[in-house]
Design a protein around this ligand. Structure first.
Ligand SMILES: *[C@@H]1O[C@H](CO)[C@@H](O)[C@H](O)[C@H]1NC(C)=O
Ligand SMILES: *[C@@H]1O[C@H](CO)[C@@H](O)[C@H](O)[C@H]1NC(C)=O
Ligand SMILES: *[C@@H]1O[C@H](CO)[C@@H](O)[C@H](O)[C@H]1NC(C)=O
Length: 348
């Protein structure tokens, strides 16, 4: 009886335990709600073959993991394991109708003889809205706020360190944690409840709610102690080699590294998104000859087969092949010239 009581207590007070009791996980993706699907059998983790894999199956994985809505089935080689990881392939032909609570409740086969890691099932779900960064210049910098009982509140700096910041950045799909601090100016302070204090994370937790902390709202902190976090922004873009920032060869930054964009499928709508995102007005048409002066890039070719509707606020939101997957050379690097170039442009 005492043991049972302890078990219940442990499960109720430590969300971390609940997370690890799940028999499905997402690996190698940008955050814990996207990646290669792995299931646990007899204590061993292994992958799922993507035969018959679809968005209904992903919806069940997202639900089981406490993530948001299903957004994609990134399967195949995208998140496949490295050869040395020696992952077994455990199941195939998963058939969920989308309403199940766990993947184990769906139809599936143990017979995987004709499957390889080039057919690994993947899942992409929205990140659940339990943490956000506010007041900063983008979604990856700002005051840490957590949601409790449908209300957002701040986190006290007491006990907080870079390991906790790392968990927040990962959870938001924002790359590495660079800095965590408090600010003296009032503008940076939050309002409303101060939900958490003494948050202590090892850095391995999937979400900040999996870390230890004082109970919700139990602290003597003031908003002057609100925690701020700077994460590395995972995506940026700029034009290089032109006379100003509104013309040149397009480079994008992904996971801290700059690389170019291939012109397969690239056109007017894609130019529009780039010029708008840079605050550079409208695109001017550009003949293949005209982009020669901007030269060729070196290093990564990050994006290929980019397709925008023209209304996206960021090029990142357009469809494209998975990062780094392309069949291009730097001869095909995209260059863009926008109308809002000011001084010094020849012929302007
Ligand atoms: C979906 O599958 C579950 C579990 O097998 C079953 O109980 C449910 O009736 C099914 N729903 C639909 C709409 O087919
Ligand atoms: C942050 O604090 C936790 C718990 O006290 C500790 O395990 C971790 O190593 C600390 N991280 C850093 C970067 O100091
Ligand atoms: C807050 O301050 C009061 C009075 O100083 C103290 O009794 C209490 O333990 C403090 N609470 C926390 C959570 O630190």
């Amino acid at each position: 009886m005492a043991l049972l009581f302890f078990l219940i207590l442990a499960i109720c007070t430590r969300p971390g335990l609940l997370e690890s009791s799940s028999s499905v996980r997402l690996v190698s993706g940008p955050h814990h709600c996207e990646g290669r699907v792995e299931v646990k059998r007899d204590g061993q983790w292994g992958t799922v073959c993507d035969d018959e894999w679809d968005l209904n199956d992903v919806a069940v994985v997202c639900r089981e993991l406490g993530c948001g809505a299903a957004t994609g089935t990134p399967s195949g080689e995208i998140y496949k394991p490295l050869a040395e990881e020696m992952q077994p392939i455990l199941i195939s032909e998963v058939k969920c109708n989308g309403t199940e609570d766990t993947l184990a409740q769906c139809g599936q086969e143990d017979d995987v003889y004709d499957c390889s890691h080039n057919e690994d099932a993947g899942a992409s779900c929205e990140i659940p809205e339990t943490v956000r960064l506010v007041g900063g210049p983008g979604r990856c910098v700002g005051r840490v706020e957590v949601k409790h009982r449908d209300q957002w509140g701040t986190v006290c700096q007491a006990g907080w360190n870079l390991s906790a910041a790392k968990v927040v950045c990962q959870q938001l799909g924002c790359g590495k944690a660079i800095l965590t601090r408090t600010y003296c100016d009032k503008v940076s302070h939050g309002q409303g409840p101060i939900w958490l204090s003494q948050v202590s994370c090892t850095g391995q937790e999937l979400t900040v709610l999996g870390c230890h902390s004082e109970p919700w709202g139990k602290n003597n902190c003031t908003h002057e102690e609100d925690t701020w976090v700077h994460c590395e922004d995972p995506f940026e873009l700029k034009l290089e080699g032109g006379d100003n920032h509104c013309s040149g060869r397009l480079v994008v930054r992904h996971k801290g590294t700059w690389g170019s964009v291939c012109d397969d499928g690239w056109g007017e709508k894609e130019n529009q998104v780039v010029c708008r995102q840079l605050g550079c007005g409208k695109p001017l048409s550009l003949s293949p000859k005209a982009r020669k002066p901007f030269g060729r890039g070196v290093g990564h070719i990050w994006l290929d087969d980019v397709h925008c509707s023209g209304r996206e606020q960021s090029l990142e939101k357009c469809q494209h092949r998975f990062w780094g997957h392309h069949d291009c050379t730097h001869k095909e690097d995209v260059a863009v010239i926008c109308s809002a170039q000011d001084s010094g442009f020849p012929g302007a």
